[in-house]
Design a protein around this ligand. Structure first.
Ligand code: FAD
Length: 383
């Protein structure tokens, strides 16, 4: 019998969530979590809406939540709207601590940091140092790779977390403040008030290109802060990222039939229109931790994967329209209109649980001004 029931490769968001689910729902299971860095979870702040995580998963998700708000807002030149729906954030620091504690408490499971996988096979992982570890189920979630794709736009951002000398006055997250100058595609600022005097300010662009000029975008974020009149005591930390917003599936179309299980962002378990993957990590974790390792593959995983593919196809269409049909400076209008839709439709959009009615609502309405008509004709000709 192999020494581990589960070998989880990559200690990022997905395998952290999966390991917590397994440790809680399958007490006694022997889990090995491999991470090449010195800490788990990298340098991120992951947010989610209440509807993204089913109640049954909250038992093991709750300890990860570092901040929770009772609502969130959006701001556009022609619209301000707020929702009384909980919004939560997980920080890398918190994730690292909670996952380490859960492994320490389990007795028989183990985290190996600084362990880089060179080869991932069905029932074994070979580390860079040549050692081979065996397990019954291997889950491969080594994270996204950023590269230029022919069929994608890009979400790129630089976030600065600042400590202010006086309360900054932001009471709830602002998930899009698009009252800013439109540059490099659709531009908005994302505000996460972490305390009265601490705020994560993320300057984000939905752009045609993956090139991120970190210095320039950081300066834009700092200029936004200055525009608000906040006196900054210090910059606490910075995070940045470039995430593809594809309009073609890059991942396999069929669910895997046997170990290793490709998981996480790299295997297509993400939302094509937001770059978020937490809701899907929870769904996969519920499935994997709900059965024996040998029963993970089969009809239920197929169903889960085909629901994910079907939702993703709809978001691919939206991405294609956004990046191919609408002039960059006009893109904000699509998002402003989207945020006038009924609350349930918006929440199901973020959770990747859209219904046919939601899709009709999202796609209906007047076409935005600034359609790239020439592009439309070119595309139609190609089709
Ligand atoms: C700055 C930023 C903010 C984001 N915010 C959100 C958000 O709010 N909500 C959301 O859902 N998504 C967010 N995302 C998207 C995010 O990338 C994914 O949701 C999530 O981190 C993907 O999880 P993952 O486990 O697949 O990959 P990751 O979290 O990237 O984890 C992969 C892990 O594998 C490790 N690894 C890689 N190669 C090896 C190897 N050979 N051997 C061992 N370990 C290895 C890496 O070091 C890393 O720790 C954000 C992304 C960025 C860049």
């Amino acid at each position: 019998m192999p020494p581990y029931e589960y070998i989880l490769v990559g200690g990022g968001l997905h395998n952290a969530i999966l390991s917590l689910a397994i440790l809680q729902r399958r007490p006694g299971a022997r889990v090995l979590l491999l991470e090449r860095e010195a800490n788990l979870g990298g340098n991120h702040t992951w947010c989610f809406h209440a509807g993204d995580v089913p109640a049954e998963a909250m038992a093991w998700m709750r300890p990860l939540v570092a901040h929770r708000w009772s609502g969130f807002q959006v701001r556009f030149p022609n619209l301000e709207r707020g929702w009384s729906q909980p919004y939560s954030a997980i920080t890398s620091e918190r994730l690292d601590r909670v996952v380490r504690q859960a492994f320490a408490a389990s007795g028989q499971s183990e985290i190996r940091l600084g362990a880089s996988a060179a080869r991932v096979d069905a029932h074994s992982v070979t580390l860079e140092d040549g050692s081979v570890i065996r397990g019954e189920l291997v889950v491969d979630a080594r994270g996204p790779t950023v590269g230029s794709k022919a069929s994608a736009g890009y979400q790129k951002f630089v976030g600065v977390e600042v400590e202010t000398r006086a309360p900054h006055g932001v009471l709830q997250p602002v998930i899009m403040d698009a009252t800013v100058a439109q540059e490099d595609g659709y531009r908005f600022v994302y505000l996460l008030p972490l305390s009265d005097t601490r705020c994560l300010v993320e300057d984000t662009r939905f752009s045609d290109t993956p090139r991120l000029d970190r210095d320039a975008v950081r300066q834009s974020a700092l200029a936004y802060i200055q525009g608000k009149g906040w006196a900054v005591e210090r910059i606490v930390r910075e995070e940045h990222g470039v995430l593809p917003m594809p309009w073609q599936a890059g991942a396999p179309s069929e669910a895997p039939l046997s170990s290793p299980l490709p998981a996480g962002y790299a295997a297509g378990w993400f939302h094509p229109a937001t770059g978020y993957s937490l809701p899907l990590a929870v769904r996969l974790a519920l499935h994997v931790s709900g059965c024996e390792p040998a029963s993970v593959f089969g009809a239920e995983l197929d169903r889960l994967w085909s629901r994910q593919r079907s939702q993703a196809r709809f978001f691919h269409v939206l991405n294609w329209m956004l990046f191919n049909l609408v002039e960059p400076r006009e893109r904000w209008k699509l998002f402003a209109r989207f945020h006038t839709l009924p609350e349930d439709t918006i929440l199901r959009f973020y959770a990747m649980r859209t219904t046919l009615g939601d899709r009709a609502r999202i796609l209906s309405g007047r076409p935005p001004q600034g359609l790239r008509l020439r592009r439309l004709f070119e595309q139609a000709h190609e089709i």
